[in-house]
Write a protein that binds this ligand. Structure first.
Ligand SMILES: [Zn+2]
Length: 400
């Protein structure tokens, strides 16, 4: 593997190497791949409100270590960015503490409570898109109104789809593992049922619509049909839904996220969706919690796992090396498609350098995120980020 020239790099090779070789972290005898800055449209950096879980400093450091130079932060915060003053609290923290580009979401409804629309007009020019991530918008009328407003403002709605009527206290996939171990399951329909509802609303309103963290085979099929019909629809899935399923579950909070790890058939449908273009984007849904919050097993732990520092190595090892997905296609999913859909520019000097031959075991103790819960702990992967640059400035360097 040589330094890849396939990607149009804003900096020349000399420029990139100089500071690294000086730092002693890049060996002249090894060959490296350079990728344009990854873009994650779905992360939770927990500020303002929950700094004990993550901060802009720790979150963006973790992102840089994963090769990311741009992220979009979800609005389940305190205060929720549902008005200009509430958003300003987050903007000030970003300005002061972020090492890479951060684009906040604006909430769809006040407090993400699903009852009253946020001040969408004031938020629109300052946000990546609208989302009530963390919960579904339950009312059809509320979602229709939100879509009409988003359409008028030229903004995307990124929907967390979840029908609360179907949850029934579930916390892992309603499948073989839940039945065998006496757990309460979350059925797939709670997820795809609301996607189906939203697609009908997109048909009525013409809103640009993006589905967050797609996890079921039915969702993939609904989105495939919607695209065929010509609706303005895209979607994302996450590395854990593509490389794990319920057969990997252990009685440990690091396997608990929402939506949950589904069946092997769901996982296969998601990979098919990647290959035929139904799934446009891979986003991590990086959702850190404290050690205590994740120490209560599958039932009692908080929903969410970290993902920024493992996404590329896991996807490269599990999908590219076995020949399931080409490296070019993976870069489309991590860089170009999310940037195009969310209008996020690739700045000059936004890139990362990888040693694709380096093999190692994922060790959460090495993470820069405050979160430690990952289903990938202990997995042997290939691909180590050696350095990341944002606007030409080094934002991460591997320890020599
Ligand atoms: Zn979500």
């Amino acid at each position: 593997m040589t330094i890849s020239n396939r990607f149009k790099l804003p900096l020349n090779d000399q420029h990139l190497r100089a500071p690294l070789v000086q730092a002693g972290s890049l060996s002249a005898s090894r060959e490296y791949a350079v990728f344009p800055g990854f873009c994650d449209v779905h992360v939770h950096f927990r500020e303002p409100g929950f700094s004990y879980k993550e901060t802009f400093a720790s979150g963006t450091a973790a992102a840089a270590r994963g090769g990311y130079t741009a992220v979009c932060t979800m609005p389940n915060l305190s205060p929720v960015p549902d008005s200009a003053p509430h958003l300003a609290v987050q903007e000030a923290l970003i300005e002061e503490n972020a090492a890479i580009h951060v684009y906040p979401y604006g909430a769809i409804t006040v407090g993400e409570r699903g009852e009253v629309l946020s001040d969408m007009e004031a938020l629109a020019p300052r946000i990546a898109a609208f989302s009530d991530d963390g919960r579904g918008v339950q009312s059809d009328d509320m979602m229709r109104e939100a879509m009409m407003a988003a359409k008028r403002l030229g903004k995307l709605i990124a929907a967390h789809c979840e029908d609360n009527r179907l949850l029934r206290g579930g916390y892992i996939h309603d499948g073989a593992y839940a039945r065998a171990h006496g757990h309460l399951g979350i059925c797939s329909e709670s997820d795809w049922g609301q996607i189906r509802r939203d697609l009908e609303l997109v048909r009525q309103t013409g809103c640009a619509y993006h589905v967050c963290h797609v996890s079921t085979k039915e969702s993939v099929e609904l989105i495939r049909q919607a695209k065929r019909e010509g609706l303005d629809v895209t979607c994302e899935t996450a590395p854990h839904y593509l490389t794990l399923d319920e057969t990997f579950l252990q009685e440990d909070g690091r396997f608990k996220m929402n939506p949950p790890l589904r069946s092997p058939e769901d996982r296969e449908a998601l990979i098919e969706g990647l290959l035929d273009g139904t799934v446009d984007v891979i986003a991590t849904d990086h959702a850190p919690h404290s050690a205590e919050e994740k120490a209560k097993g599958l039932k009692g732990s908080a929903f969410g796992v970290v993902g920024l520092e493992t996404a590329f190595p896991v996807l490269y090892t599990k999908l590219v090396l076995p020949g399931i997905l080409s490296l070019d296609k993976l870069i489309d999913l991590l860089v170009w498609n999310p940037r195009r859909r969310f209008s996020i520019p690739l700045d000059e000097g936004d890139c990362s350098i990888w040693d694709l031959d380096s093999e190692y075991e994922i060790d959460p103790n090495e993470f820069l995120t405050k979160g430690r819960a990952t289903p990938f702990a202990g997995m042997t992967v290939r691909g180590r980020c050696m350095a990341t640059f944002c606007g030409g400035k080094p934002v991460y360097r591997a320890e020599p």
